[in-house]
Design a protein around this ligand. Structure first.
Ligand code: ADP
Ligand code: ZN
Length: 310
């Protein structure tokens, strides 16, 4: 009987070790919250999605999920802007979001206080950039950029092997662009009008052409103009940051004709000024995400591991 118990305990410990650590991950978006439990290998073992309502409704539901799973650390990729300065009094807060109920909400505090575990925290798009850089298509590269073109435009930048933060975090979705001479749409950004997000995010496409992007597949002029703006932004980023690869994700990139058009535009606008082996191989330079829409949640796992010091 004792032998059996010893064997059983040994088996249990081996099984636990094979399953790896138990890490919590939260992709906190403006419309939905994806929570998951995974391990240090990037494997997702369980997942739950709920709508983003008010903090009073949503946070207790998230806490219940994570309390039950007993993770040893968790990571959060969060819609923003967020305060990422660890020396700031409001580190871990969502700051000036247009989602007013969440304005000045202490996201890290809510989870840290309830779960008493290390909580890694970053923007949602930085999370996705980290997911791809750890387990996906930018793995092993010291310098890469992840861009999402969806309801807004977001960018996560990996520079010298680390997410670039600076005084806040890059907000390159709002790069100021030169308008196309035949585009008379004034732009949708409440701050800048015709910035990248204001000209090229999904809602700008809908406002300019009177239909949602998905219903405009047969209009080549729509996608040429779209690629003109995204290409222009990419050229600026290539000139400033010298990335080794750029990943383009988000709903607008579901439009299959976009990727080739963007590559063409980048070549045209760079106009031969930079010659590298990376740019010569444009098909592996500007690419789609590689983790089946798990890049955000997998990145949140890595945020947890970073915070834990693993
Ligand atoms: P979010 O940015 O809110 O996380 P998405 O990345 O899915 O969500 O982006 C949603 C935006 O992408 C919407 O504005 C939608 O109109 C646009 N979109 C979704 N599918 C397509 C498509 N096939 N072609 C063009 N635009 C699309
Ligand atoms: Zn803007």
């Amino acid at each position: 009987m004792r032998d059996f118990l010893c064997d059983f305990k040994l088996w249990l410990r081996t099984a636990e070790m094979e399953a790896g650590m138990r890490i919590g991950a939260l992709e906190a978006g403006g419309t939905k919250m994806v929570c998951a439990v995974g391990n240090e290998k990037g494997e997702i073992l369980d997942r739950m999605t709920i709508p983003t309502e008010t903090p009073e409704i949503t946070i207790p539901r998230l806490l219940n999920y994570f309390k039950e799973k007993e993770p040893e650390a968790m990571g959060i990729g969060c819609f923003g802007p967020v305060d990422l300065n660890k020396h700031s009094r409001t580190y871990g807060y969502i700051t000036t979001t247009p989602k007013l109920e969440w304005k000045n909400f202490d996201m890290v505090g809510a989870f840290k206080n309830a779960l008493q575990i290390p909580v890694g925290f970053d923007t949602d798009v930085n999370g996705a950039a980290l997911g791809e850089a750890t387990w996906g298509i930018t793995r092993g590269l010291e310098n890469s950029i992840y861009i999402t073109v969806g309801t807004g435009v977001g960018m996560g930048i990996i520079a010298n092997g680390k997410l670039l933060h600076g005084m806040l975090h890059p907000e390159a979705g709002h790069l100021l662009l030169r308008k196309h001479p035949s585009d008379f749409y004034e732009g949708k950004c409440p701050y800048h009008g015709a910035c990248l997000e204001g000209l090229a995010a999904g809602p700008a496409i809908e406002a300019r052409w009177g239909k949602k992007g998905a219903e405009l597949s047969d209009r080549s002029d729509v996608w040429k103009l779209e690629a003109y703006y995204i290409g222009q932004a990419l050229v600026d980023l290539i000139l400033v940051l010298s990335p080794q690869r750029i990943v383009l994700g988000g709903g607008v990139m579901h439009q299959a004709q976009m990727l080739p058009l963007v590559k063409e535009e980048v070549k045209r606008q760079l106009n031969g000024y930079i010659c590298t082996k990376e740019l010569e191989d444009m098909d592996s330079y500007i690419v789609l995400p590689s983790l089946n829409d798990n890049q955000g949640i997998m990145g949140a796992l890595q945020l947890a591991l970073n915070e834990k010091g693993e």
